[in-house]
Structure formats: structure tokens, C-alpha cells
Design a protein around this ligand. Structure first.
Ligand code: NAP
Length: 469
């Protein structure tokens, strides 16, 4: 390779901001390239790595979390370093990173929620599902959230896998929660909760639901809740029928089959119910100071262009009484100072992972994205592997074609020194390993995978143990 960097004397220096799946896959791909000397630094705002694998994946899905083993192998590479508890934009700027690396890859995900823009959305008792998910997963910024679960009915708006996770978590019995790494505060709150019915609202029909087959099937196997589907809401219009009959629509076809099986079931007399409703859009959340009901309009489907069937409101309205609402209609990225951002899409503008200046429409040398901040909040964890490969291929192409800017400061220790000065409480990968070991040790006597720390201070204390000893 005719390269200006990537040799033992002059390694390619890459920093990845964000330590979730897309960031770790990008690191893994870079570190596997033959005949290329590369040094990868990873920065995360939390002391703990792994992004949504730690703070998003439902605690009752431990198998999904086992993907962490792949990331641990990447982290074991001597050319990899981790700097947790460091916030880009506060502790270190985008410009300072650019001065020290050939390439900066943003892997920051989509950290906030999309808005419904309906009256009552901000009433007390109306929450973004993203907050609830982060709360039950012990994300330190969400641990002080309070969810009043003393009502009988909850409404979950949206038909994606996050809606499935939220609905399941609301009806899992204590005995099942106690075998997981659900935050202790959430186990207490969820086990004592009064919710007997969770209504999941899809604005389109069963054939357009975004959830996947295994997640839907799980609703049929809940220990304490019957799954309820009204057969009349499963009647497909001709467009939906044609869509699921088309080749390649396996998930949608199977979803409809599963839902029909649910609809044909006699309720088994379980104490709780998860009710799936379709073709219903929320138009307002009502209540005197707090959520008391959700007003929905019945929809029909019509062609919305690009082969997509969209929900069109009819004049029929219905009111569903509920004391709590979870808006689960998708995540949204947040801007980083100094980096271009597309507000409408909630992503960083890019072409196949190369960040693009929207004004000139040209890629910016040395700036890249991977994962949800690149393509929006879609796909499963594995989707990020391919996605990161595409970006890394472009980094290497740019390196080979001499398009990468040379760092002003090439010293590997310079970044560590700067971080030590700006963020003295940063956590290295060995610090994380101490946190990990402490959490696992706390979980072991209870037969749980771990008991998660809920406070950054607790994490920092655990990470410091070795230094103190
Ligand atoms: P999602 O899959 O994009 O689903 C969002 C849902 O919200 C869709 O049903 C969408 O309906 C609906 N929606 C959007 N705007 C709406 C509005 N204004 N009113 C009513 N409904 C609205 O998002 P997600 O559930 O947040 O999941 C994000 C990604 O993570 C997905 O790729 C998901 O598969 C993945 N994930 C996977 C797992 C797992 O593998 N177990 C678990 C959790 C999440 P339309 O289709 O009509 O737009």
C-alpha cells in the first residue's frame, strides 16, 4: 500500500466517539486489517462501555447481551484504548480530536426520542419509552426518574421492538425480574406495580408493524399476562394482503400469522393483559394535571408514495382510559458541537459513512460516522457490523488515496495527557473491568448476571479500587 500512515513508525490514528455496537464493530474492523498499523482510541461519556447493549437491550434478553464477548476481544488488542466518562463537546472538542487523529468516527447513536406533537404529550405520566428503558437498565442519568405505576392501565404508543420490550417489562413478575440485571430500583417499582393492562397502539395495520417475530411471540408466552388481539383489527385491506404475499415479506407475513393465532386464543385467565390494537393514532393525551386518558382516531391505510402504505385518519375517535403513557415511536440523534447535523433526520449528514458538508455537498476529510447517527435508529445489533465495515472501508480508501488530514500532534500519549488534565475522573478499559467484576460479584450470590451500579460515583469508586490498594 502506498500510504502516508499505517506503518509501525507512523501508525494510522483513529478515534471513535461512542462505545456501543457500531463503535466496537468499527474498532474491530480497523484492528483486523492486515499489514496496517493502526491505533484506535475510543471515548464514551459514560464510565461504562457498550452503549445500548448495556442500557437498551431488555434485561430479560441476556443472550443478546452476550455479543459483548466480541467487543471484549477487540478491547484486548494492545492498540486499543478506552477513555470512559469523557464528554466530547465538554471535556474535549471536535477540533481537538481532529488535531490528534487521522480520522474521527462518530458512533454516538440516537440519544433522545421523537415527539408525537399532540396536545397533552408533556402531561405528568406521559413518558418517552427511551427514558423508561434507560431507567430500568440503570443508566445513571435516568435513575432518579419516577414512574408512577399505581394505575391499572398503561398505553404504549408505537409498534416497534422497543414497544414490545416496554410492554413485557411492565407485566413481568418479580421472580422473573430478579434473575436479570434490571436495576434494583426498577425491580422494586415494577414488582409492586398495579398495572393490569398494557395497551399497545399501532398507527398502521398488523402487516406494517415494525416489531419482529421472536419479540411478538414472547407476548404469547408471558407468565402473568394474556395477550389479547381483536380479530376484526386483523382483517387486511387489499394492499396489505398483497404486500405480505410478496416475496421477501417474511417477517410481516409471520407477524400476521402469529397475531391471528393470538386472536383465536381463549384468554387463559392470567391476572394481566397485553392488548394489541391496530390502525389507531393518538390525537391527544388528556388529564387534569396528569394523564387520565388517550384519545385515538381510527385510521385507514392509503398509498403514501414509494410503495409505503400510510395511516389516514377517519373521523372516528375513541378514548382509552390510562394512567401512564409510554411514547415508543423511535429514537433521534442529538447534535455534537462542531459537527454537521441534519435536524430533520436526527443524523449526521453523510455518504456511506463519510461526513458531508451540507452546503458544499462534499465529504469532509477525516470525519466519519457509523451506526444510528449515520443511518437513523433502525436495525438490530448485527446490522451495525456491516454498517461499520462500509465506513471503515472508506477510511482505508481515503488513507490509500492520501485524503486523510495529517494530525498536528501525533504523539499517542498526548491525548491521554490531555484527557487526564481535562477529565481526571476518566475510566480506562482496566477501570471498566474492575467495575464489571464488582457488578458481577454483587450479582453472583443472588443468581443474577450482575447488579448494576446506578451512580457514576459508585462506578468511579469501583474503577479506582486497584489504584487505592
Ligand atoms: P421502530 O422499530 O422504528 O418503531 C417505531 C414505531 O413507532 C413504528 O411502529 C412506527 O410506525 C411508530 N410511529 C412512528 N411515529 C409515530 C407516530 N407519530 N404515531 C404513532 N406511531 C408512530 O423503533 P423502536 O421500536 O424504537 O426500535 C428501534 C430499533 O431498535 C429497531 O430497529 C428495532 O428493531 C431495534 N430493537 C431491536 C430489539 C430486539 O432485537 N429485540 C429490541 C429493541 C429495539 P410506522 O411504521 O407507521 O412509522
Amino acid at each position: 500500500m502506498s500510504v502516508s500512515a499505517g506503518t509501525p513508525d507512523h501508525p494510522l490514528r483513529v478515534v471513535i466517539v461512542g462505545s456501543g455496537p457500531s463503535g466496537f464493530y468499527a474498532a474491530g474492523h480497523l484492528l483486523k486489517i492486515k499489514d496496517l498499523d493502526v491505533e484506535v482510541d475510543m471515548i464514551d461519556s459514560l464510565p461504562t462501555p457498550f452503549g445500548l447493549v448495556r442500557a437498551g437491550v431488555a434485561p430479560d434478553h441476556p443472550k443478546i447481551k452476550s455479543v459483548i464477548r466480541v467487543y471484549e476481544k477487540t478491547a484486548a488488542n494492545p492498540s486499543f484504548r478506552y477513555f470512559g466518562n469523557v464528554l466530547v463537546g465538554r471535556d474535549i472538542s471536535h477540533g481537538e480530536l481532529k488535531d490528534r487523529y487521522h480520522a474521527v468516527i462518530y458512533a454516538v447513536g440516537a440519544q433522545t426520542d421523537r415527539q408525537l406533537n399532540i396536545p397533552g404529550e408533556d402531561l405528568h405520566g406521559s413518558f418517552a419509552a427511551t427514558e423508561f428503558v434507560a431507567w430500568y437498565n440503570a443508566h445513571p442519568e435516568f435513575c432518579d426518574r419516577e414512574f408512577d405505576l399505581s394505575c391499572r392501565r398503561a398505553v404504549v404508543i408505537g409498534n416497534g421492538n422497543v414497544a414490545m420490550d416496554v410492554a413485557r417489562m411492565l407485566v413481568l413478575p418479580r421472580a422473573e425480574l430478579e434473575t436479570t440485571d434490571t436495576a434494583d430500583h426498577a425491580i422494586e417499582a415494577l414488582s409492586g406495580c398495579a398495572i393490569e393492562e398494557v395497551v399497545i397502539l399501532g398507527r398502521r395495520g398488523p402487516a406494517q408493524a415494525a416489531f419482529t417475530n421472536p419479540e411478538l411471540l414472547e407476548l404469547g408466552d408471558l407468565t402473568e399476562a394474556d395477550v389479547i388481539v381483536d380479530p376484526s383489527e386483523l382483517e387486511l385491506d387489499e394492499h396489505s394482503q398483497r404486500a405480505i404475499d410478496a416475496a421477501g415479506e417474511l417477517t410481516a407475513r409471520k407477524n400476521v400469522e402469529i397475531l391471528r393465532e393470538f386472536a383465536a386464543r381463549e384468554p387463559r385467565g392470567k391476572p394481566k393483559r397485553v392488548v394489541l390494537r391496530f390502525l389507531r393514532s393518538p390525537v391527544a393525551i388528556h388529564g387534569n394535571g396528569r394523564v387520565e386518558s388517550v384519545e385515538v382516531v381510527h385510521n385507514e391505510l392509503e398509498h403514501g408514495g414509494e410503495g409505503r402504505l400510510r395511516a389516514q385518519a377517519t373521523g372516528r375517535h375513541e378514548t382509552i382510559e390510562a394512567g401512564i403513557v409510554f411514547r415508543s415511536i423511535g429514537y433521534k440523534g442529538v447534535p455534537i458541537e462542531g459537527v454537521h447535523f441534519d435536524d430533520w433526520k436526527g443524523t449526521i449528514p453523510n455518504e456511506e459513512g463519510r461526513i458531508v458538508d451540507p452546503e458544499t455537498e462534499r465529504s469532509i476529510p477525516g470525519e466519519y460516522v457509523v451506526g444510528w447517527i449515520k443511518r437513523g435508529p433502525s436495525g438490530v445489533i448485527g446490522t451495525n457490523k456491516r454498517d461499520a465495515q462500509e465506513t471503515v472501508d472508506h477510511v482505508i480508501e481515503d488513507l490509500n488515496e492520501d485524503r486523510l488530514p495529517a494530525p498536528v500532534d501525533r504523539d499517542r500519549d498526548a491525548l491521554a495527557a490531555l484527557i487526564a488534565e481535562r477529565a481526571p475522573d476518566h475510566v480506562t478499559y482496566s477501570g471498566w473491568q474492575l467495575i464489571d467484576a464488582a457488578e458481577k460479584a454483587a450479582g453472583e450470590p443472588q443468581g443474577r448476571p450482575r447488579v448494576k451500579f446506578t451512580r457514576v460515583e459508585q462506578m468511579l469508586d469501583a474503577a479506582r479500587v486497584k489504584t487505592r490498594a
